[in-house]
Structure formats: structure tokens, C-alpha cells
Design a binder for this molecule. Sequence first.
Ligand SMILES: [Zn+2]
Length: 308
Amino acid sequence: MKHNTHIYLAAKGIEFLYEGLQNLHYVTTHKSAEPATISKTRLKGKVLQQLLMHYEDMITEASWAPDDILNDKSQYHTFKLFTEAEFPGGASLAKETYRDKYYRVSGGGGLPYKVDHLARVISDMNKLRTYNDRCSMNQIMYQFLMISHYVVDAHVPMHCDIRDDPPSDTDKVKPRNGKYYSEGLHGTIEQLWEDAVTPVAVEEEIIKVCRLHDAAPMQELSQKIRFDVTNKQHCNEIIPNIIPDDDLMGYMIDLCIQTKERSLQLFPVDNPAEWNKEIFPKMTRDIFAQAISNLISIWIWIWCQNKE
Ligand SMILES: [Zn+2]
């Protein structure tokens, strides 16, 4: 995702933190959580929401820092998967296999590892804060906003698909018996989202207008990325999950697999460059709703690790 989209989605995660938790679900059974669990979690979510709002002026820098200041894009913003459907015989090149059929070659990006590790570091910081006051709430909230970047990137189809990165002539690691799509498509699609988001984010005063292209006009796709917490229908679309304490890593891997499956719909195996424009508006809505929901799921997972 691009700059304004990252800021917008982090802001929406904060906006829907309390109302979204009304729809808290179990990951494994897809069942709604019990009313008592929901109200307990919402109380904790409310405190977290207030704190995030208190520190919201850091959102622009923190939610974009991984692409800019940290610049760990190639290592940690992607998880490039492939299957035998796109690359027959490619399984022999796999360094790792997930859920029996999703393969990853070396250098395929470690996004789930980064989210799992960073989430645990933030929860440790929060425990240390209550123990010896060594970590400040200011530092912790900055990290909460920063991790949103990695969580959001896990929803971008191109970030979870090796077909986004054609091999160079000398590359011996990536499969060749199949079709890649051109790198230009990655930028094209992220720009469509950015153009849809920018006028809405300006109107809602989520981004500060500071560049020429921040004056972008409203797009047809803008309707698909609009989420308003006072709209009951929009609230129903935000469905956060209870992530097991010991399996954030598995949760992130499953999320990247789901994103890979979306990529197979968007970029058909036979001719990935002819991307599916028909399903794109609906898919955009699903991706944005899921990104907001997962931001809430992961923030709450981190926040609730501190049992004090
Ligand atoms: Zn990124």
C-alpha cells in the first residue's frame, strides 16, 4: 500500500476499535465470541482506543516508517507464495512449504515472522512499563501505530504472490515453468487505491494536505474504501478475531495464504497480466474491511498479553 492508504487504514483501525469488537469472532470455529468475552474485550479496547487517539499525531510518521525510515521492504513487507497450479513442478525449488501446498523460495520475504516478533516485543515493552517504567506509553503507542504497516501490507495480493517478482536472467531460485505478471501492475493497483483514499482522507482530515497530488478528486472506487463508524452497516463489516496467545505466527501465515488466494483471482494463472477488473471493486472493499478488522485483532492480542 502507498503512503496515504497506510495512514488512512491505521486511523480507521483506531476509529473502529470499540465498535468493531462488538463482532469479535473465534478464528478456529468462525463462531461469535460469548457476550461476556465481548464486553470484557471491548472495555480493554476502549482504553486502548483512547490511548491511540491521545497519540494519534504520530500516525503519519509511524504508519509509514517501515517503508521510509526503516526501509525493510524486501525483507519483511512480503511473503511471496506459489503453488503447483501456477508453476507445475515448482515444488522442488521450495525452501518452505505451508499447509501442504503453498511454497516459498529463499528470499521470499518474512512478513508473518516480523509481525509475530514485533507484536511480542511491543507486549514485552508494555509488561516492562508496568514493572519498572523503563518503556514509556509514548514509545509503546508509536510501535502500535508502526506495526499497522506490516499488518496492512499482508492484505495486498501482490505482496503474497511470487508472480509479482519475475526472476532475473541469472536467478536460479525462482520457478520458471509458469507466468509472472509485470512489476508495473503492483504500482498500478496500489495507485488506484491511493487515488480512491486520498480525497476521503483529506475530507475526513485524516491526512494533512502537504503535496500537490493531495488535491486528488473523488474516484468511483472511493465509495468502496469509505468506512464510517456511525454507519451500522459499515460496523457490521468489521469482524476482528480472537487470536490464540501462542499462535499469532500461524494466524499471520493463514492470512498471507488467504491473500495469495485473492491474488490468484485477481491475476488469472493463464494470463496474469490481464488482471480481473470486474472483481476489483468488491475485492477492494473486502481487503480494506479485513485490514481494519485485523489491525484491531492484532492490537487487541498485543494489549491483552499484559494480564495486569
Ligand atoms: Zn510496505
